[in-house]
Design a protein around this ligand. Structure first.
Ligand code: SF4
Length: 305
């Protein structure tokens, strides 16, 4: 049996479902039952019936899946697959802001540890952040940790007062305007699609800014043939799958998230065989960090405010 055949057989035998983020390697996305961005995957994880979830992403995603499904086994192919941004905010800063501002909501990008979620009022993803911030009753918003996403959302919700954190995604933050200009010069017909974790200078040069699933949707709907994509390189697989004949270019310094790429077929097979790498969340954090995640899922379902 090949590795993929064995994964498929074990998946059935163990009543497991495989979730993979768009930034995971192509061979992982190919074998997954569900692929998507953080919002889609957390919503999917919340409604699954199978006994075991294998999450091919980074640690905050596995953790969120476990928090939303405490009775299920959540396995990760590599427990060290991590997102540096998830650790950039700190509880002390949240406490200080709560003392400084009345009528404050702490809005936590889902790319954060369970401990940070526990001290927040609501979680958001890049797909629903503006919608959820608009729906909150509070005027003051402390948005942690991503400064680029926060500024992008603040631009969409001008009626609120934002306090920014200084966190960032190292992969998106290092995208350079000069490289984008070079790509535009090489492909003058291409539309530029960017993720809001990119610096402002990149967003200003973009035809479309949105979550990874937003980018995928936009590329499929557009009648253009060429696109310069400013987000992690893993999304290329889904873009090419969905749009045969269209061409997708990335910046010269390829944006690669090492955490996402540490998911391999061999590691996936290993955890399915052995049941190793089960995600554990401190029992003291389970209920408290679940609330902001559930509030996100509720508010995301409300009509456009
Ligand atoms: S791409 Fe950036 S935000 Fe996403 S998991 Fe990797 S480091 Fe974290």
């Amino acid at each position: 049996m090949t590795v993929t055949e064995e994964i498929r057989a074990l998946k059935k035998e163990k009543d497991a479902v495989i979730l993979a983020h768009y930034y995971a390697p192509p061979e992982i996305q190919e074998i997954a039952d569900y692929i998507g961005d953080s919002f889609y995957l957390s919503r999917t994880a919340a409604g699954l019936n199978s006994k075991t979830i294998v999450f091919c992403g980074v640690s905050f995603m596995g953790e969120s899946a476990k928090i939303l499904n405490p009775e299920k086994t959540v396995l990760m192919p590599d427990l060290r697959a991590d997102c540096p941004m998830a650790h950039m905010a700190d509880v002390e800063a949240i406490r200080r802001m709560r003392e400084t501002y009345e009528d404050l909501a702490v809005v936590c990008y889902i790319n954060s540890t369970a401990e940070l979620k526990q001290h927040s009022d609501v979680c958001v993803t890049s797909a629903n952040a503006a919608h959820i911030v608009k729906a909150l009753p509070n005027r003051n918003i402390f948005f942690i940790p991503d400064k680029n996403l926060a500024h992008y959302v603040a631009g969409q919700v001008p009626e609120k007062h934002f306090v920014f954190h200084d966190g960032y995604c190292p992969i998106h933050e290092k995208m350079r305007l000069q490289e984008l200009k070079e790509a535009k010069a090489a492909h003058p017909e291409a539309e530029v699609l960017s993720h809001p974790e990119c610096p402002q200078a990149i967003l200003e040069q973009s035809d479309y800014t949105g979550s990874t699933s937003g980018i995928i949707h936009y590329a499929a709907e557009s009648d253009r043939e060429e696109f310069i994509v400013c987000t992690e390189i893993g999304v290329r697989w889904k873009l090419e799958q969905d749009n045969p004949g269209k061409r997708f270019y990335f910046l010269k310094t390829e944006p690669v998230c090492q955490g996402m790429k540490s998911n391999t077929l061999e590691k996936l097979l290993h955890v399915l065989r052995t049941g190793e790498n089960a995600v554990e969340v401190d029992p003291g954090l389970m209920d408290t960090s679940k609330k902001p995640l559930e509030r996100m899922l509720e508010l995301a379902n409300t009509g456009t405010p």
